[in-house]
Design a protein around this ligand. Structure first.
Ligand SMILES: [Zn+2]
Length: 291
C-alpha cells in the first residue's frame, strides 16, 4: 500500500505520496489563507489528497498532520494556533468528502514519529520530539509507537506552567512554556528589553551587550526548567528539537547544559539533538501514522 501524508501549516499545505519504503513518488504544496476560513482549508486538503492519489494505481492510506490536537471524545480540534480550526470536526469533514477513514495527529506528534523512525532519533527507544516555532509542542514515541495518552494530550509541554502569574496564553492558562520560548515570545521579550523589533535569527547574531545577555539568561533558564521537568517525568533516551527556534546553535551546548543542571540528581545527560528532516518531518510523520 502507498501512503499519503499531508502537513497542514499556517501558510501552506504540503502533501507527499510515498511507497512502502518511504521513497517520495510525488510531492505537492499549495498556499493556504486561514483568513479565507475553515471551508477553504477542508477543500484544499481534499483537493491535494485527490491530486496525489491520481499518481498511483495502488491503494493509499491518508495521514494528516495538523496544528492543535483532535479531542478523542468529541472529534473536534482543540488548542490550535490556526484559529479557524478551533472546535471544528476536521477529521470527520474530510472523511465525509473522501468517503473513507483517515488518521490525524498534531504536528508535534508527527514530528516525533518522523524523527524517531526516519530521522535524527532513529537509534533510540524513548524519544521526546520538540517543536519550537510559532508555538511550542512535543510528542512522545516509545519504541516506534506514538504515546498519545488517554485523552491525546501527552507531550504537550508547551502548556506546562513555568510561572503561575506569568504571561497570558491563548490556551486560557498563564505562564505556559510557549509564552516564553516560542519564536514570537522570544522576539517579543527582545523588543521589551531593547526596544528593537528584530527577527530571531538576527537577534542571536550578537548577544554581547548587557540587555542581550539578560535576554539569553532568561531564555536559558526557561528552556532549562521546561525540558528538565519533562526529563524528570519521562527520562527519554533522546530529545530532538525542531521548528524555527531549533536553528539557534547555543541550544546544543549552553542550553543543553541549562537543562542537565536542573534535572533531578544531576547525573542525567540526555542527548539533545537537532532534527535531520527539516521541514519534511510533518509530511513524513503524517505518512507514518498509517504503519
Ligand atoms: Zn498555554
Amino acid at each position: 500500500m502507498h501512503k499519503i501524508g499531508i502537513d497542514l501549516g499556517g501558510t501552506k499545505i504540503e502533501g507527499i505520496l510515498v511507497d512502502e519504503k518511504y521513497n517520495i513518488i510525488e510531492r505537492k504544496r499549495i498556499e493556504t489563507r486561514p483568513e479565507n476560513g475553515y471551508d477553504s482549508i477542508v477543500k484544499s486538503i481534499t483537493f491535494l489528497i485527490n491530486e496525489l492519489r491520481a499518481k498511483t494505481n495502488e491503494e493509499t492510506s491518508v495521514g494528516i498532520c495538523t496544528p492543535g490536537f483532535t479531542d478523542t471524545n468529541s472529534g473536534l480540534i482543540k488548542n490550535s494556533n490556526t484559529k479557524c480550526l478551533l472546535g471544528m470536526p476536521l477529521k470527520n469533514d474530510i472523511e465525509k468528502i473522501l468517503k473513507h477513514e483517515i488518521v490525524m495527529e498534531n504536528d508535534a506528534n508527527c514530528f516525533a514519529m518522523a524523527e524517531s523512525l526516519l530521522g535524527a532519533a532513529k537509534e533510540y527507544g524513548v524519544v521526546f520530539g520538540v517543536i519550537m516555532g510559532t508555538g511550542v509542542g512535543g510528542g512522545i514515541v516509545i519504541n516506534g509507537t506514538l504515546h498519545k495518552g488517554s485523552t491525546n494530550i501527552a507531550g504537550e509541554w508547551g502548556h506546562h506552567t513555568l510561572r503561575p502569574d506569568g504571561n497570558e496564553c491563548y490556551c486560557g492558562k498563564q505562564g505556559c512554556v510557549e509564552t516564553y520560548i516560542s519564536g514570537p515570545a522570544l522576539e517579543k521579550r527582545w523588543l521589551e528589553l531593547t526596544g528593537k523589533k528584530e527577527p530571531l535569527q538576527s537577534i542571536v547574531q550578537d548577544l554581547s551587550d548587557e540587555k542581550a545577555k539578560q535576554w539569553k539568561k532568561e531564555f536559558l533558564e526557561n528552556f532549562g526548567i521546561g525540558l528538565a521537568n519533562v526529563i524528570d517525568i519521562l527520562d527519554p533516551d533522546i530529545i530532538v528539537l525542531g521548528g524555527g527556534v531549533s536553528n539557534i546553535p547555543f541550544l546544543y551546548d549552553e542550553a543543553k547544559k541549562a537543562v542537565h543542571d536542573r534535572v533531578l540528581g544531576n547525573f542525567t545527560e540526555t542527548p539533545i539533538l537537532k532534527n535531520s528532516l527539516g521541514d519534511s518531518a510533518g509530511v513524513f510523520g503524517a505518512c507514518l501514522l498509517n504503519r
